[in-house]
Design a protein around this ligand. Structure first.
Ligand SMILES: Cc1cc2nc3c(=O)[nH]c(=O)nc-3n(C[C@H](O)[C@H](O)[C@H](O)COP(=O)(O)O)c2cc1C
Length: 202
């Protein structure tokens, strides 16, 4: 049934092109509130939020991600043993393009970056993913775009950056999201047909 929630779920897009316009602090707090109402294992609410609105710092973080990708690509033979994905030549080309770009192809010049960090405990990442999706959907419902930035995981390889972000030693980055007013909304990427992804047991 096409109600408001379904409409929001279907229309939300990952935004990689933002207006040069700040998101007011009260709105960021509302987005986080939506996250805090997500389900979590045993209602443990294992998330902590690191909110960055300093554009210079976001640029620096983008460069740090690129540095880590460059390091990984230099030692890709060693990493391939751990990550089979690195056998994929398309992924290597994608990472090379990110690492060599002069633009902020990591955080897409977003005015807000939020790291959701959590301790390494059972179901914490699942709970944080629910939290992240709540945040992205609520943001979309009030005209704010977002994008999950998996590439930000590379920052975990840089201890100094983690310290600079005030991530306690026992925490890791569960999700990293950008937020901002969309300048361009991409077309909906094709979804796989239900018949291909649902197996009914009746
Ligand atoms: C775990 C995860 C990691 C992602 N990492 C990135 C990323 O590093 N950079 C990016 O531009 N988009 C990233 N995305 C966004 C996906 O590319 C996007 O959700 C997908 O293409 C579907 O598009 P849609 O969100 O507009 O429906 C990520 C999404 C998820 C869920």
């Amino acid at each position: 049934m096409e109600n408001e929630v379904m409409k929001c779920i279907k229309e939300r897009r990952s935004i990689r092109n933002y207006l040069v316009k700040d998101v007011p602090k009260e709105i960021i707090e509302e987005i986080i509130l939506a996250g805090k109402y997500a389900p979590s294992a045993e209602n443990r609410q294992p998330w902590r939020f690191i909110v960055i609105t300093n554009r210079e710092f976001i640029k620096e973080l983008s460069e740090k991600v690129k540095e880590q990708i460059k390091k990984l690509l230099k030692k890709k033979r060693r990493w391939k043993k751990r990550f089979k994905e690195l056998e994929d030549e398309r992924l290597i080309l994608f990472l090379q393009a990110i690492a060599n770009s002069k633009e902020d192809v990591v955080f897409h010049n977003a005015p807000v970056v939020i790291f959701i960090i959590t301790k390494d405990e059972a179901f914490n990442d699942e709970s944080c993913a629910c939290c992240a999706e709540n945040m992205m959907l609520y943001a979309w419902s009030i005209g704010i775009g977002s994008c999950w930035i998996g590439l930000a995981k590379f920052l975990e390889l840089d201890e100094k950056v983690m310290e600079g972000l005030n991530v306690p030693k026992e925490y890791h980055v569960s999700a990293c999201l950008t937020f901002g007013y969309p300048a361009k909304i991409p077309k909906t990427p094709i979804r796989n047909p239900s018949a291909d992804v649902i197996k009914w047991i009746e």
